[in-house]
Design a protein around this ligand. Structure first.
Ligand code: GLN
Length: 498
């Protein structure tokens, strides 16, 4: 096909349709081999993968190709290589969460999301790097070394799903799964020039996702286009008996092509980053989209969401509180690593945790334990939960006046490796534009919408009411047409033949 000399660069729907067509020479095996070759060629400079799974990928590809040969339908993702964040379980493949404490742990069962993607024909090529237990915004908190941004390898890819974002951006896999507790799909997607969607809480099963903050965590798709992200979301979503918080929601299939004319677009003053240090160029890009939308017949609705300003403090109480409870299970008794040096049970717990957890994870556990401790829980946790409830209502009211809210995804493009590593507060502020969606439980998607003066990707974020992923992706596709900004291939030598 013209423009796509390498089949791995095809849109996912086309790639899978060709694999399913018995008369087309393209096979799942060829896609998997191409993906593995690209990883081999590119990943030494990027470090997106913690491990590759060639045997698994080849077996899955063979199953797809056999199905095609026998006239059975292997599914809508037939043969599409998929990278999986290493806090999501694949049976028989080590699960590390980029932490030493899980050393040697191999999960026995599938995460529901991964299993559904595989049942739809996807082939798993490897597990991707992340900030330890998904705590961070740069993938520097990995116990196995940082991932690098394919646009500039001296910079971070964002986090915590930085490995998944870099794998897709560099063309190593067309699709990846990430997880998003406060921005971990959208922020790295923005910094790596790809599409990343955090679904409505309860759309995708969390079964098999290692819990960070259970009331905020969601698994979601990362891809080169809104259409590709939709294809993965359609495969993984849906109710699951193994996760009681999943709910049936409206379809995510492409809706009627209504275009941007008549769209009511909300602009919340609190999301304007012009006055944030370094934020002005990002806001210029976002304002350019506003003008373009207005010229195209959309109506702008100016909003105020004052509680958004409390979302960082609220998130950094609620998420560590839940994390301190969820991470209590890593004590050397059941999972992963155990200290070699303990005489009492208490020493076993304390030394295992001291040796196994990194600095940021320890910090979160301490913050969370403090916020929940008797005498402080009312002042911190309960107040934070009250603010969270009010934030949810504020978004519901805002969506009575507009169809979608637009903002930047991050205040600035990718920063240098090491730049914020010694400053936790500066790192936490990377999430100032993303955490509110998790607190409110609503969907949000980041799409590429331009480049900074240095040529780094800038992300635009679309927020919608609960259950509106289908509509958000429709708008994302129409916006990509209107702005002309699609997948921005990095200038790095990617091994592409095109
Ligand atoms: N960066 C945020 C944090 O450190 C969000 C992480 C996430 O979404 N998993 O908590």
């Amino acid at each position: 096909m013209k423009g796509f000399d390498n089949p791995l660069d095809l849109p996912v729907a086309t790639m899978a349709a060709r694999v399913r067509d018995a008369d087309d020479p393209l096979t799942a095996s060829e896609l998997v081999e191409t993906s593995l070759l690209r990883i081999e060629a590119l990943d030494p400079a990027i470090h997106a993968f913690l491990c590759t799974t060639p045997d698994l990928a080849r077996a899955q590809a063979e199953a797809v190709d056999t199905a095609v040969a026998e006239g059975r339908d292997p599914g809508p993702l037939a043969g599409v290589p998929l990278a999986v964040k290493d806090n999501i379980a694949v049976p028989g493949v080590p699960l590390t969460c980029a932490s030493k404490i899980l050393g040697g742990y191999v999960p026995p069962t599938w995460a529901t999301s991964v299993k559904r993607a595989v049942d739809a024909g996807a082939c798993i090529v490897g597990k991707t790097n992340l900030d330890e237990f998904a705590m961070g915004s740069s993938t520097e908190n990995s116990a196995f070394g940082a991932t690098r941004n394919p646009f500039d390898t001296s910079r971070v890819p964002g986090g915590s799903s930085g490995g998944s974002a870099a794998a897709v951006a560099a063309g190593m896999a067309p699709l990846a799964l990430g997880s998003d507790t406060g921005g971990s799909i959208r922020q790295p997607a923005a910094l790596c020039g790809i599409v990343g969607l955090k679904p409505t809480y309860g759309r995708v099963s969390r079964n098999g996702l290692v819990a960070f903050a259970s009331s905020l965590d969601q698994v979601g798709p990362m891809a080169r286009s809104a259409a590709d992200a939709r294809a993965l979301l359609e495969a993984i979503e849906g109710t699951d008996a193994a996760d009681a918080t999943t709910r049936r929601m409206s379809e995510v299939a492409r809706g009627p092509q209504t275009g941007l004319d008549g769209l009511r677009v909300g602009w919340a003053r609190e999301f304007d980053v012009r006055d944030v240090p370094g934020g002005a160029p990002t806001q210029d890009v976002v304002d350019g989209v506003r003008t373009l939308l207005e010229d195209g017949g959309a109506t702008s609705v100016d909003l105020s969401l004052p509680l958004v300003e409390a979302s960082i403090p609220v998130y950094y109480i609620v998420a560590p509180a839940e994390a301190s409870s969820n991470l209590a299970r890593y004590d050397g008794v059941r999972y992963g690593q155990r200290t070699a040096d303990a005489e009492t049970l208490q020493q076993l717990y304390a030394r295992t945790r001291d040796e196994g957890f990194g600095e940021e994870v320890k910090r979160r556990i301490l913050i969370g334990t403090f916020a929940l401790s008797s005498g402080y829980a009312d002042a911190y946790y309960k107040r934070a939960m009250a603010a969270r409830g009010a934030l949810r209502v504020a978004f519901q009211e805002a969506f009575e006046t507009c169809d979608v809210i637009l903002s930047a995804t991050t205040p600035t493009p990718a920063f240098a490796i090491g730049e914020k590593a010694g400053d936790p507060l500066a790192m936490y502020l990377c999430d100032v534009l993303t955490v509110a969606a998790n607190l409110a439980g609503i969907p949000a998607v980041s799409i590429p919408c331009g480049r900074s003066a240095e040529g780094l990707p800038v992300g635009l974020q679309l927020w919608g009411p609960a259950g509106s992923e289908g509509r958000l992706l429709d708008i994302a596709e129409d916006l990509a047409d209107a702005t002309g900004h699609r997948y921005l291939a990095p200038s790095l030598e990617t091994g592409r033949t095109a």
